[in-house]
Design a protein around this ligand. Structure first.
Ligand code: HEC
Length: 150
């Protein structure tokens, strides 16, 4: 008799403890759901507007472009050579292999390509060759131009 009363009391205590725990869990969840979300949303909105420029500045191609190409090319102005923003949408440049061939040896490329021969008539000089740049270097330059010029 004593033993079954003991078991009953113990079960009751366990049940009471469990429901207390359950209720406090629910309270904590509701409190978390009621956190003011708009403050977080406005804090992240401002940096997002500058993200493309910040992303371009962080790319390795920025330095490769500055060292090798910026003497004659800007992204948005024609200088000694044409502005390069959006250049992959012009002429033969959607084909990356042709961009490699051009940068490695513009004179040889131009001998077989009417588009660049026409450019040379407009700009006067033949672009200098960069045989030392690897395909990876050129990929990085293109990636930078596309990120910065869009
Ligand atoms: C010494 C000046 C000079 C340098 C340095 C130079 N370019 Fe050029 N680039 C030109 C000129 C000039 C043209 C126009 C075609 C011609 O006359 O050869 C041109 C044309 C181009 C074009 C074709 C643009 C179009 O509108 O279709 C691309 C792409 C290009 N250059 C990429 C590069 C890259 C990438 C570099 C750096 C690795 C570079 N250039 C460095 C002078 C230069």
């Amino acid at each position: 008799m004593n033993q079954s009363r003991y078991i009953l009391t113990a079960s009751f205590v366990l049940l009471a403890a469990w429901s207390l725990f359950w209720v406090s869990e629910k309270v904590a969840q509701t409190a978390a759901l009621n956190q003011p979300a708009p403050a977080v949303a406005t804090a992240t909105a401002a940096p997002a507007a500058n993200a493309p420029a910040a992303k371009a500045a962080a790319l390795p191609g920025k330095a490769v472009f500055a060292q090798n190409c910026a003497a004659c090319h800007s992204l948005d102005k024609n200088l000694t050579g044409p502005a390069l923003a959006g250049f992959t949408g012009r002429g033969p440049w959607s084909d990356r292999k042709k961009v490699y061939a051009w940068v490695h040896n513009p004179a040889a490329f131009m001998a077989k390509d009417a588009y660049t021969k026409d450019l040379q008539k407009q700009y006067g000089a033949v672009m200098m060759a960069f045989p030392q740049l690897s395909e990876k270097d050129i990929d990085q330059i293109v990636e930078y131009i596309e990120a910065a010029g869009s």
